[in-house]
Design a protein around this ligand. Structure first.
Ligand code: L34
Length: 293
């Protein structure tokens, strides 16, 4: 079993980005600038956005955090998006999800200029990804692809089983793993809540991507010997003995699954930090106008 250390890899990539930023600065170029919009007080979202802003500082990017109360109207949020679209200093921006129920997330995503959509959530970027055209890749799936690449995980011809069909993880992951590319060429099964005998599907997997949002859902009996296990879940499980009163658990029962796996990602310190780093990679691309010219 080899642990895929997402935190260490994220730090390595951040160092690489910082070197690029130094070069840009030395040449008197424009410093990459990421803006993030955070609506409401969701505790997890606050942590994630804080990690994004801190990571910007670490690599030498400029960052702007726009915080709004969860009572903000959809129209006012759309106005913020429009202003960011038109702000020439901002290379890319994100609107952290989830949004309050009275706001249509889809409408907000559609309002973001695809050129600045460093989350890769706009249908233009999603469609370009599906057709293997240059695009901003969604951060979590891209982070996973980078992990597989840097750890030399063989994917070609392997059977990947993805658990969960969300727009931001499961569905794009199924596309990326099946694409004809250096990391890719998998045969993909995308499973979800209506899948019959999910355990049997997962047992056939050479590569498992668990993105279902249920703590320790994937147990050892569902895992083939030697499988690669990617755990996307970040579940807060109450634990009075923990400092914060909760503990983070993945979608995989790590202790029992790890001995059966060839590679496995931990939670925390696995996919999460790579999500943040992917966003930085996209922002750098945006500032260099690499995707849309
Ligand atoms: N718009 N919304 C938008 N873009 C995104 O890319 C996200 N995502 C997901 C939720 N909503 C989004 C994130 O930023 C998930 N996500 C995210 C980002 C960072 C981390 C996890 C998920 C992260 O830093 N995880 C740490 C632990 C964090 C903690 O202590 O709670 C880890 O080690 O896994």
């Amino acid at each position: 079993m080899q642990l895929i250390d997402g935190k260490a890899l994220a730090n390595t990539i951040k160092e690489e980005i910082a070197i690029e930023v130094d070069k840009i600065k030395a040449k008197g170029g424009k410093i990459p600038h990421l803006a993030a919009v955070l609506v409401g007080e969701d505790p997890a979202s606050q942590v994630y956005v804080r990690n994004k802003v801190r990571s910007c500082e670490k690599v030498g990017f400029e960052s702007t955090l726009i915080r709004k109360d969860d009572s903000i109207s959809e129209a006012d949020l759309l106005k913020i998006v429009e202003d960011l679209n038109n702000d020439d200093d901002v290379d890319g921006f994100i609107v952290q999800l989830p949004l309050p129920k009275h706001i249509d997330e889809h409408k907000v995503t559609l309002a973001i200029d695809p050129k600045k959509d460093v989350d890769g959530f706009h249908p233009i970027n999603f469609g370009r990804m599906a057709q293997s055209l240059p695009s901003y890749l969604p951060a979590t799936p891209n982070g996973i692809m980078v992990m597989l690449e840097r750890y030399g995980v063989k994917t070609s011809g392997k059977h990947a089983v993805i658990i969960g069909r969300s727009n931001i993880v499961g569905t794009p992951m199924s596309i990326l793993l099946s694409r004809k590319a250096k990391v890719g060429n998998c045969t993909v099964t995308l499973t979800h809540s209506r899948t019959k005998d999910l355990a049997a599907e997962v047992r056939r997997a050479d590569i498992i991507v668990a993105a279902i949002g249920i703590a320790e859902f994937v147990t050892a009996d569902m895992v083939k010997e030697g499988a690669v296990v990617i755990d996307v879940g970040i579940n807060r499980v109450e634990d009075p003995t923990a400092k914060r009163g909760y503990r983070l658990k993945g979608d995989v029962a790590f202790d029992e699954v790890a001995p059966k796996s060839s590679f496995i990602t931990p939670v925390p310190g696995g996919v999460g930090p790579m999500t943040v780093t992917s966003l930085l990679m996209n922002t750098l691309k945006a500032s260099k106008k690499e995707v849309f010219g």
